[in-house]
Write a protein that binds this ligand. Structure first.
Ligand code: FAD
Ligand code: GLY
Length: 385
């Protein structure tokens, strides 16, 4: 069940003026919480709100299935955010009337041959060692749950707690919630620089205008390192990790899948409206946003091998996006060397999953001055050592 938000947040009587750089799910979620607490909040995005990685994502809330060796330390944060998702989605619906379509069928990881099954065995042992609730299914049970999987599937893993939301609806809901709470969201308005005076963030330069602020939140996703005005030691080590994606059209009355399905080379995310999201490549190509034959081929091959009847489905969209990857693949949250500057970036493959806990804990940090224990390991200071 969802954890309740802490009731004892200490809110200063003077509400700090907040300026947020970036209107993705991270910046909007923080803006919503702070505006709802009575702070004057302005959010700036050089594009449309939610048009960055938040639009490109698949919307999986895969705290368990996506954890691989080396990523164990993130589980405290990712599982805590996963727990918050049902209440977060319900709160957004109540605040805006927008349903973010939280689907709770869970996630399968399907092996396609004996080699895959051996790899899944290793992954399953690893997951069980961490106490994650992931079950081993034989091929017959996997196909009973998803009858259109390839008939040769020998085994699968199943997570009953890794769900999905429609991330594009999530951005729309967060934008509406932030505005309804009183935040001013300025779309198509680029932040030129952070104004730093006497070692303290004093606001933003936006075109010819100065926006004074008591707190600046850096939530510019994969672009967070490119914002001018900050001293070198305050620049977050964030870079773009390119992902190519496509979507197919299923019949919503007779969908080929209901669970999220991972397989070698691709993951498949079925939406209730019949859209089947197929993702994603992982590429170190800077901000190159081209779709490539090889990238799309690998996705199409992945979906065709796992779900042969998908070969008949029409393609509805292809796109690329940039995950904000930090040097250690974990988010950067909280204060750094510039007073008044708060980081909320580097969410890499998990920014949709981590949207609730980031919104709650970063807003609480700004209001109370104290970092929740769950985000303390994610301060930018860890890179200075
Ligand atoms: P963004 O959504 O990128 O927002 C940053 C915003 O900052 C942008 O809108 C940009 O226009 C704005 N900006 C940049 N520079 C400036 C400036 N100078 N002035 C004003 N605005 C500026 N996560 C999951 O949890 N589950 C998934 O299934 C999943 N799948 C993914 C699949 C792909 C292909 C990709 C690319 C990502 C995926 N992610 C997933 C990761 C997730 O999308 C990101 O971690 C998350 O969206 C980051 O949100 P954000 O708000 O930090 O960044
Ligand atoms: N979390 C899925 C991805 O980043 O592709």
């Amino acid at each position: 069940m969802a954890e309740p938000r802490p009731k004892s947040v200490r809110i200063p009587s003077a509400k700090p003026r907040i300026a947020v750089i970036g209107a993705g799910v991270i910046g909007l979620g923080i803006a919503w919480r702070l505006a709802a607490a009575g702070c004057p909040v302005q959010v700036f995005d050089r594009a449309a709100a939610g048009a960055g990685a938040s639009r490109a994502a698949a919307g999986m809330l895969a705290a368990c299935m996506e954890t691989e060796p080396g990523e164990e330390r993130l589980l405290g944060l990712t599982r805590a955010s996963q727990d918050r998702w049902p209440a977060f989605a319900a709160e957004l619906l109540a605040a805006t009337g927008i349903d973010v379509d939280l689907r709770t069928e869970g996630t399968l990881f399907a092996a396609l041959n004996a080699d895959d099954a051996a790899r899944l065995r290793f992954l399953h042992d690893f997951h069980r060692g961490l106490g994650l609730p992931i079950d081993w299914l034989d091929g017959a049970e996997a196909r009973r749950r998803e009858p259109f999987l390839h008939p040769g599937v020998p085994a699968a893993l199943y997570s009953a707690v890794d769900h999905q939301v429609d991330n594009r609806r999530l951005s729309a809901a967060l934008l509406a919630a932030a505005r309804n709470a009183g935040a001013e969201v300025h779309e198509h308005t680029e932040v030129a620089r952070v104004l730093v005076e006497g070692g303290r963030a004093a606001g933003l330069a936006v075109g010819d205008t100065t926006i004074p602020a008591d707190v600046v939140v850096l939530a510019a996703g994969a672009w967070s390192r490119g914002i001018d005005g900050l001293p070198k030691e305050a620049l977050p080590p964030v870079r773009p990790i390119k992902g190519q994606m496509l979507s197919l059209r299923m019949d919503p009355a007779a969908p080929l899948l209901n669970h999220v399905v991972w397989t070698t080379g691709a993951y498949l995310v079925p939406r209730r409206d019949g859209t089947l999201i197929v993702g994603a490549t992982t590429e170190e190509k800077g901000f190159d946003d081209s779709l490539t034959a090889g990238g799309l081929l690998s996705l199409l091959e992945g979906v065709w091998r796992a779900l042969p009847s998908a070969a008949e489905l029409p393609i509805i969209e292809t796109w690329t996006g940039f995950r904000p990857g930090s040097r250690d693949d974990a988010p950067i949250l909280g204060h750094g060397v510039v007073d008044g500057l708060v980081y909320a970036t580097g969410h890499h493959r998990n920014g949709i999953l981590l949207a609730p806990i980031t919104a709650d804990t970063v807003a609480d940090l700004i209001l109370s001055g104290e970092a929740d224990a769950v985000i303390r390991p994610y301060e930018i200071a860890r890179f200075a050592a």
